[in-house]
Design a protein. Structure first.
Length: 445
C-alpha cells in the first residue's frame, strides 16, 4: 500500500496526524475540522461503521463492508470492494465460470464459495483485516501522532493493533475520552478495568471534556502528566456560538411550546421509559405542546405507542436527525430535555444553551460542574418520572425562568465552548506535541 501525503504535500515534512474513530460521527468530523491542512497532514482510519459525507474532504480509510456507490477512491479508500468493483468482479467471475465449464474444469463448491464471497464484496481485498490494514498504514505513513477518538471502541481497537504488530515506537498516542461512558461503569468491573488501565497507562496524552475523568483515570493507573492542557474541552472542539445565537427566532417564552428530546432512546447511559412516563404525567399542564424525539430506537418507540393518541399526535418521532436540523430545532424550542444516567458534558447542552433552549438535565457530577439550578438549567434524575414531570411543568410555564436563563446561558457558553479560541489551542497542542515527539526521536537516534 503506497501512502502519500494526504494534504498534497509532496515532501511529507508536515506533521502527520492519524485519527481513528467512527467515520459517520459528526463529533469525529467536527474535531478533525479544527485543524488547518496548511499546517498539518491529517487522515482518518474509520472503524467498521458507516462513512462520512462526500463533501468532507479529509481522506478517510473505510472498513465497513456496506458502501454506497460513487465514493471517490482518492479520498475514500476502502477495505472491502466498492459497489462498482463488485459489479466488475462479478462480471469477471461469470466469464471465468463460463469458460471453465466449456473446458470441463473441475470446480469445487468450496472454491466457488470462497471466490464468490470476494467478488460479492463480502471479503476484504486491501488487507486480510481492518487490524492488518491499520498496521500497514501506520508502518508506511509513520504518523507523528495517532489520536483515538474515544477509548471504546477506537482506543481499545488501536491498542490491540499496536500490541499485536509492535507499533508502539511509531507516533505519540493521544487518547480522547468521550463523555462519561468510557470509564464510568467499566472501571467498576475488574476485567474491564484492567484493559482500560493498560490503554490509559500506555498513551502519551489524555484529552477529556470533563475533569471527573481525570480522577477515574488516575485510579486506573494514568499519570498526571498525561492529562492534556486542553482539558476540559468539548468533544466536538466547541461550537460557533455567534452563529447559533443568530438562529434565534425570539426569546424562549415567545417561541412555540416545543420540547426537543435528543436522547429519546434506551441504552446503558440514558433511559427513555421514565421520560415517556413523565410526559404522560405532566401532559395536562404542558399542552398544547410539541415534542421532537430525535434519536428513537425500537424499544423506546414500542413504549411510545402506549401513550394516549393526543400525545402521540403531538410528537415527531425520528431515528436520527441531521445536525443542522437539530440546531434549527434548538433555536425554535422552549425546552431541551436531556436526562441521563452517565454523561460527560453533553454537546447538546452547549448547543441548546447557544440556541436559547432552556435545558432540563440530570444532576450528574460532570454537568453540575458546568451549570447551576435554576440559573442555567433544571435538574431531574433520569429514573425519576416525578422529578422530570415537575421540571417540565415549570420550564414550560415559567417565562422569567427560561428568558433570563437563556441570556445567562449564552454568556456562559461563550466562556466554555466557543470554537474560535478552542481551535487556536488545539492547533498549538498538536504542533507542540509533534515537535516534542520529533525531538525525542532525534535524541534516540
Amino acid at each position: 500500500m503506497r501512502i502519500q501525503s494526504h494534504s498534497g504535500n509532496t515532501e511529507g515534512t508536515k506533521p502527520r496526524i492519524l485519527f481513528i474513530g467512527l467515520p459517520s460521527s459528526t463529533h469525529t468530523q467536527s474535531w478533525i475540522d479544527l485543524l488547518d491542512r496548511n499546517d498539518l497532514d491529517v487522515c482518518l482510519f474509520g472503524l467498521p461503521e458507516g462513512y462520512p459525507p462526500g463533501d468532507w474532504r479529509v481522506k478517510a480509510y473505510l472498513t465497513t463492508p456496506y458502501l454506497p456507490e460513487g465514493l471517490d477512491p482518492e479520498t475514500r479508500p476502502t477495505l472491502y470492494p466498492s459497489p462498482e468493483e463488485v459489479r466488475s468482479r462479478q462480471r469477471g467471475l461469470r466469464y471465468f465460470m463460463q469458460r471453465a465449464a466449456r473446458k470441463g474444469a473441475l470446480i469445487t463448491e468450496r472454491w466457488v464459495g470462497g471466490l464468490s464471497a470476494v467478488h460479492a464484496g463480502l471479503a476484504p481485498v486491501r488487507a486480510n483485516s481492518a487490524e492488518e490494514w491499520l498496521a500497514e498504514l501506520i508502518s508506511e505513513w509513520k504518523p507523528d501522532a495517532i489520536h483515538t477518538l474515544g477509548l471504546d471502541p477506537a482506543g481499545l481497537f488501536y491498542q490491540g493493533v499496536r500490541d499485536k504488530f509492535g507499533l508502539d515506537d511509531i507516533g505519540l498516542w493521544v487518547l480522547q475520552l468521550r463523555g462519561g461512558s468510557d470509564l464510568e461503569l467499566g472501571r467498576l468491573d475488574a476485567s474491564s478495568a484492567a484493559r482500560l488501565g493498560r490503554a490509559l497507562a500506555a498513551c502519551n496524552q489524555i484529552v477529556s471534556d470533563n475533569l471527573v475523568n481525570h480522577r477515574y483515570a488516575l485510579e486506573l493507573g494514568a499519570r498526571t502528566e498525561q492529562f492534556s492542557p486542553l482539558n476540559p474541552v468539548p468533544g466536538t472542539g466547541g461550537i460557533d456560538v455567534d452563529g447559533l445565537a443568530q438562529l434565534w427566532a425570539d426569546r424562549p417564552s415567545k417561541r412555540g411550546r416545543i420540547i426537543v428530546w435528543p436522547k429519546s432512546y434506551e441504552c446503558p447511559w440514558s433511559k427513555a421509559l421514565p421520560v415517556l412516563e413523565a410526559l404522560r404525567t405532566a401532559w395536562p399542564r404542558l399542552r398544547p405542546a410539541t415534542v421532537h424525539m430525535l434519536a428513537t430506537n425500537d424499544e423506546a418507540e414500542s413504549w411510545f405507542r402506549t401513550l394516549p393518541r393526543e400525545m402521540r399526535d403531538s410528537c415527531f418521532v425520528s431515528h436520527g436527525v441531521p445536525r443542522a436540523r437539530v440546531l434549527e430545532l434548538f433555536a425554535e424550542a422552549r425546552v431541551m430535555l436531556a436526562p441521563s444516567l452517565v454523561d460527560g458534558v453533553p454537546n447538546s447542552l452547549y448547543e441548546a444553551m447557544a440556541c436559547g433552549a432552556f435545558p432540563i438535565v440530570s444532576p450528574v457530577e460532570t454537568i453540575r460542574a458546568v451549570v447551576n439550578e435554576p440559573e442555567n438549567a433544571l435538574f431531574a434524575r433520569n429514573l425519576y418520572p416525578d422529578e422530570l414531570a415537575a421540571s417540565l411543568i415549570r420550564a414550560m410555564n415559567d417565562d422569567a425562568l427560561v428568558d433570563e436563563g437563556a441570556m445567562r446561558n449564552l454568556a456562559l457558553v461563550r466562556q466554555l465552548a466557543d470554537r474560535g479560541p478552542i481551535q487556536s489551542r488545539v492547533r498549538r497542542f498538536y504542533l507542540d506535541l509533534v515537535s516534542a515527539g520529533r525531538t525525542r526521536g532525534e535524541e534516540k537516534d
